[in-house]
Design a protein around this ligand. Structure first.
Ligand SMILES: [Zn+2]
Length: 350
């Protein structure tokens, strides 16, 4: 089925995306700037960080992956408006992933700015959590999902990855659904949009007619909706709900954290719903035709953009946990599916 397409507005960004280079810093009108921050060794290539200036506040949305080169780009972008990292007063991450929250700790140190996350965002493991216990239960679940013993080390979380997550900035502020980001002269409304992560938020700037959509809605790719343990019981159901919530209008410019800006939130939401429905239908067909006994067996019969065999390490983990999220969702829709997945348990680790 072909649905109405979106209207690209970030032309320089789209060109840069196609040319595989970093897009330019852009002034989006009024006191809003888009600053690309490199995301090294990742196909996404960059995070679009947004600077908003209020009366006395300088707020940065999604500071990006923590690296020296990223910091250089961010500082160069800020210099274009005669600011430096030490001038920031607040940092908002749309979610806790490292390509969004990563640089927050370094920037907070440089500026004393507060760091804010959505009130329902959870960390996989708090600084005080027991990493060994976490790693053991992760492997146990992946084994239940049918990950073969000889691929387990590749797919499972390891200590360095966990330490990296534990070192991400702990937020000073928690933003609740419907509240305003505390910055004078700005009107940034928080919209809770769980799915890609449990506490993902979008920020709506009505006066500038902008929506900062994080990874919830991107113009080209469909964000990963993964089952994580600990984590929400049914992340795909949450995602559908959050798409309906953010698809409230079509005319505002959408400022995503990757790729390029566009107009047409309702149109993009319709495409993303359709995409996920098709994926669920494909999972059902695999279950019917191949009777897989595990999540792994289901995943290897699904179509993947570069083929199942090309998936390795973290992308393989994402593929398997995405399949698990469809299994859980389909079961919640009344389908009887004989593929074991543990009952997800909500985390108290904040
Ligand atoms: Zn991201």
């Amino acid at each position: 089925m072909s649905l109405p397409s979106i209207t690209v507005t970030g032309h320089a960004q789209k060109e840069a995306w196609q040319d595989k280079v970093l897009p330019p810093v852009e002034h989006l009108g009024a006191d809003v700037w888009s600053i690309p921050v490199p995301f090294p060794d990742n196909p996404m290539r960059y995070t679009l960080s947004y600077l908003l200036l209020g009366d006395i506040d300088a707020i940065l949305i999604d500071p990006g992956w923590d690296s020296d080169v990223g910091m250089d780009h961010l500082a160069a972008g800020l210099r274009q408006v005669d600011l430096g990292p030490s001038d920031l007063t607040g940092i908002v991450a749309t979610h806790h992933h490292s390509d969004h929250l990563g640089m927050a700790a370094r920037l907070r140190k440089a500026s004393g700015a507060w760091v804010a996350l959505g009130e329902n965002e959870v960390r996989r493991l708090s600084a005080s959590g027991d990493p060994d216990l976490f790693l053991r239960s992760d492997r146990k679940e992946l084994t239940l999902w049918g990950v073969p013993a000889d691929r387990l080390a590749e797919v499972a979380m390891d200590k360095p990855a966990l330490t990296h997550l534990q070192n991400l900035a702990y937020p000073d502020l928690r933003l609740s659904d419907g509240s305003l980001v505390p910055a004078q002269g700005l009107n940034l409304r928080v919209v809770a949009t769980p799915g890609h992560s449990p506490g993902h938020i979008c920020l709506v700037d009505e006066p500038h007619s902008l929506i900062f959509s994080g990874d919830h809605v991107l113009p080209r790719i469909s964000p990963h909706i993964s089952l994580e343990l600990p984590g929400p019981v049914n992340p795909l159901a949450d995602y559908y709900e959050s798409l309906k919530v953010i698809g409230f209008e079509d005319a505002m410019e959408v400022c995503p954290a990757h790729e390029y800006r566009f107009i047409g939130m309702q149109r993009r939401v319709a495409q993303l719903i359709e995409h996920n429905r098709e994926r669920s239908a494909e999972v059902l067909r695999v279950l019917e035709n191949h009777q897989p006994g595990t999540v792994w067996d289901t995943a290897r019969h699904l179509t993947w953009s570069r083929g199942w065999k090309s998936l390795q390490a973290f992308s393989l983990r994402l593929a398997v946990s995405e399949t698990a999220s469809h299994v859980v969702y389909l079961r919640s829709q009344g389908h009887v599916i004989d593929v074991p997945v543990s009952e997800p348990y909500p985390t108290t680790l904040r």
